[in-house]
Design a protein around this ligand. Structure first.
Ligand code: ATP
Length: 340
C-alpha cells in the first residue's frame, strides 16, 4: 500500500539558513505519526511543504499519492490542517466561519453533516460557536482551528503544535479525537515539542533537530522518556566532593554542584539521569537529603542528552541513536520564499 506521506531528500534553505537537510519521511496510512523537536528544528517548515504553502529548495514530496504542487484544491480537500500560528480575527461567529469553510472548500460529505460534526466537536471541546471569533480566547480560537480541521473527516490530518493554548483537560480531549481519527482509518501527522502528548498517541515518531532527523522509530525505542532532570539539596557535604560522587553514578550527566544560596549550609546538585534511577536513589542514602525533585526535562534537553547537538554545521551525527540518517549537504537551487 502506498504511504500517505512520502518525503525524500527534502531540503529547504531560507537564504543562507538551511532549515531542512535532505529529510526522508514516510507515514503509513491509518497511523499517527509524531514529529517532535525543539524550537526551530524545522517542524513547521516540513508540514508547510506538505501543503504547498512553502516550496522545497529540492527533494520530492508526495501526499496521498500526489505532488502537493499539482494537487490543487482537490488534494487540499482531502487534508485537514491546523497551522502553528492561527489567526482568527474576523467579526463572524464560529458557526458562520465554519459554514463558510465547509462551503467554499466544497469539502467531502454534505455541508449539513460536516456542520453537525462541527457542532458535536464544539460541544465536546466546550467552545461557544455563537461568539464572534475575534472575541474568543487563544485556547478557544485554537479549538475552532481544530474543529475546522477535523469536521469533514479528512483522510489526512496535519496538525502543527495543535494543543498550544489548550488547558490539560482539553488536551486530553484532543488526544482522544486523534485516537478516534486513527481508529476510523484516518492518518495523522502531529508536530509537537511536548513529549508526553506524542507518547500518548503516536505509533511512530521522528525526532527532528536542527533540520535533521536524528532518530526515528516507535516511541519506546527512542528512550526520550527515559531522561529525567534531578535537583537535590544535601546537607553535610562539600560541593566539590558531591560533584565528584554524583559524576560516578551510572546514567548521570551534566552534574552541577554548588553551595545552596540559602542559610541551610547544604549543597544544591542538578543533573540529568538516563535509564534506571535506582543507583541514584541508593547513592543518595549516604547523605542528609533536604530536598529532591525528579522531573521530565524539556524536549531540547532530552534530545541533546540522547543525540548530542546536531548543529547544521556538523556533517556526522552522534552514535547513540537507535536509527539515524546522516547526509551530506549538497548545492541547492530551489525557491526560497513562502507561498501564500
Ligand atoms: P517551533 O517549534 O519554534 O515552531 P519549528 O521546529 O517549527 O520551530 P521552523 O519554524 O520550521 O521550526 O523553523 C526552522 C528554521 O527555519 C529556523 O531556524 C527558523 O528560524 C527558520 N525559518 C523558518 N521560517 C523562516 C522564514 N520565513 N525565513 C527565514 N528563516 C525561517
Amino acid at each position: 500500500m502506498t504511504d500517505t506521506i512520502e518525503v525524500s531528500a527534502l531540503h529547504k534553505r531560507y537564504g543562507h539558513n538551511v532549515a531542512l537537510h535532505e529529510l526522508d519521511l514516510r507515514v503509513r496510512p491509518g497511523t499517527v505519526f509524531g514529529l517532535i523537536g525543539p524550537n526551530g528544528a524545522g517542524k513547521t517548515t516540513t508540514l508547510r511543504t506538505l501543503l504547498d504553502i512553502i516550496r522545497p529548495s529540492s527533494g520530492t514530496v508526495r501526499v496521498l499519492g500526489e505532488d502537493p504542487r499539482r494537487g490543487g484544491p482537490a488534494l487540499r480537500r482531502r487534508i485537514g490542517y491546523v497551522p502553528g500560528e492561527l489567526h482568527l480575527e474576523g467579526r463572524a461567529s464560529g458557526h458562520r466561519l465554519l459554514a463558510f469553510y465547509a462551503e467554499v472548500s466544497g469539502r467531502t460529505g454534505s455541508s449539513a453533516s460536516v456542520l453537525d460534526t462541527a457542532r458535536d466537536l464544539a460541544d465536546r471541546l466546550g467552545v461557544d460557536l455563537n461568539r464572534p471569533v475575534r472575541t474568543l480566547s487563544k485556547g478557544n480560537k485554537q479549538k475552532v482551528g481544530l474543529i475546522q480541521a477535523f469536521m469533514h473527516r479528512p483522510e489526512l490530518l496535519i496538525l502543527d503544535e495543535p494543543t498550544s493554548g489548550l488547558d490539560p483537560l482539553m488536551q486530553r480531549e484532543f488526544l482522544a479525537m486523534v485516537r478516534e481519527a486513527r481508529d476510523a482509518g484516518q492518518t495523522v501527522l502531529l508536530s509537537s515539542h511536548v513529549l508526553s502528548e506524542i507518547q500518548q498517541t503516536a505509533d511512530e515518531v521522528a525526532v527532528l533537530a536542527a533540520g535533521r532527523i536524528v532518530a526515528d522509530g516507535d516511541v519506546a525505542s527512542l528512550r526520550l522518556g527515559s531522561v529525567r532532570r534531578i535537583r537535590v539539596r544535601i546537607g553535610g557535604a562539600d560541593a566539590a566532593a558531591a560533584h565528584a560522587a554524583f559524576e560516578r553514578i551510572p546514567g548521570i550527566a551534566g552534574v552541577d554542584a554548588s553551595s545552596a544560596a540559602d542559610a541551610s549550609g547544604g549543597v544544591q546538585v542538578a543533573a540529568t539521569i538516563e535509564g534506571a534511577i535506582d543507583p541514584f536513589v541508593k547513592a543518595l542514602a549516604q547523605y542528609e537529603v533536604q530536598d529532591l525533585t525528579v522531573e521530565e526535562p524539556d524536549l531540547e534537553e532530552s534530545v541533546l542528552r540522547l543525540y548530542g547537538n546536531p548543529s547544521p554545521a556538523s556533517a556526522t551525527a552522534p552514535t547513540s541513536a537507535p536509527t539515524r540518517r546522516p547526509r551530506r549537504s549538497r548545492g541547492r537551487d530551489g525557491r526560497e520564499g513562502d507561498r501564500g
